[in-house]
Design a protein around this ligand. Structure first.
Ligand SMILES: [Zn+2]
Length: 356
């Protein structure tokens, strides 16, 4: 089995499936489709981004008990990274850890168990997770695809990641009144007003000095149209990036409004949901049990700072977690996946699908 996992992984890796190379996105998916003959392969495409949903039933299905989700796109790498190198029990390559090896495992496990289980099971393969998943996992959700429980094969060291922070991007703008710099009393300085507003924000969102499971705020950009020293700046805009924990999802915007002085105009650009599935979720517990039974490791629950396509399931009310192999260096020049963990991943996932 490991031989098959590695050979499929290497085929995926040999295709530079980055967002700039739309042809490669189709090619990498074609490799997967070639492996899945005999199954119902439903093809989706939005804004040129292809994705598939694979299941055994011969009619169009929308509601599944379990969906295994994987993305076959990668962030750009060095040229050498599109060839796999095996060394010291590791497979080095772009996408080895994030997440072509996990995709290969999911596909092969799906192939092995799909005919054996008596519930609707699907394999979802997408090609735009690295740029937000809007035309892949989110599009499929918009088209009505639902799971009681979804598993994304992002690398988690065989632990179960049940929550991740949400993202909020916004601009804060202040309009003041211009004047000659020698006659300040005739104007109203927008930069000075912004300074006061930012001090209020800093009190509410102090800058953490170490990893912390709290909502945080970053000051990202600052601009004023004024480019002249001897003028009172009459406008100022600051861009902020907030990473919020799941329990602040409903309150973060009102908290922001309450904290900011009324002269600040708040313009929200992006609000991406946090990821959350209760650790008491029955499927999550079954997944933990399956790992324990299969490889005798306890699959502890972890929270993550970065989100995955699972949030698109959560957005439509479906539970899900990230669960994947061991590795290191995602998005770096030195990305690898632990080869033994792929075996463990395979048998754990198989056990879960058969037991659930
Ligand atoms: Zn990933």
């Amino acid at each position: 089995m490991l031989t098959k996992i590695l050979s499929l992984t290497k085929q995926f890796i040999s295709i530079p499936s980055i967002k700039e190379n739309n042809k490669a996105l189709h090619e990498v998916l074609d490799i997967a489709k070639g492996e899945l003959s005999g199954f119902h392969i439903e093809e989706f495409e939005k804004d040129g981004i292809p994705s598939i949903l694979v299941y055994k039933e011969n009619k169009k299905l929308r509601n599944f008990k379990i969906i295994l989700d994987a993305h076959l796109d990668v962030v750009p790498g060095n040229k050498e990274q599109y060839a796999s190198v095996e060394k010291d029990g590791r497979l080095y390559a772009r996408g080895a850890f994030d997440m072509k090896a996990a995709a290969a495992v999911e596909l092969l496990v799906f192939k092995e168990v799909a005919q054996k289980v008596n519930y609707p099971l699907a394999l979802q393969l997408v090609t735009d997770e690295e740029i937000g998943g809007f035309n892949g996992a989110k599009y499929q959700a918009d088209e009505g695809v639902r799971a009681e429980f979804a598993i994304a094969g992002e690398g988690t060291d065989l632990k179960v990641k049940n929550e991740a922070k949400g993202v909020l991007w916004a601009n804060l703008s202040i309009k003041g009144k211009t004047a000659h710099a020698a006659y300040l009393w005739q104007g109203s300085n927008a930069i000075r007003m912004m300074n006061q507003a930012l001090n209020q924000l800093a009190k509410k969102f102090p800058e953490p000095q170490k990893p912390i499971w709290k909502t945080t705020l970053n000051l990202s950009t600052i601009n004023s149209s004024n480019q002249t020293y001897n003028k009172v700046a009459d406008d100022c805009t600051v861009g902020i990036d907030i990473r919020y924990i799941p329990k602040d999802t409903e309150t973060i915007v009102s908290l922001l409004k309450k904290t900011l002085p009324s002269y600040v105009q708040l313009d929200i650009k992006v609000k991406e949901p946090a990821q959350f599935t209760s650790k008491n979720n029955v499927y999550l517990k079954k997944l933990q049990n399956a790992v324990k039974k299969s490889i005798n490791k306890s699959a502890s629950i972890i929270a993550g700072y970065g989100a995955s396509d699972i949030r698109h399931f959560n957005r439509v009310g479906c539970d899900g977690v990230e669960f994947g192999p061991t590795g290191y260096g995602l998005h770096t020049d030195c990305e690898w996946v632990d080869i033994n963990s792929l075996k463990e991943y395979y048998i754990s996932l198989k056990r879960f699908l058969l037991d659930v």
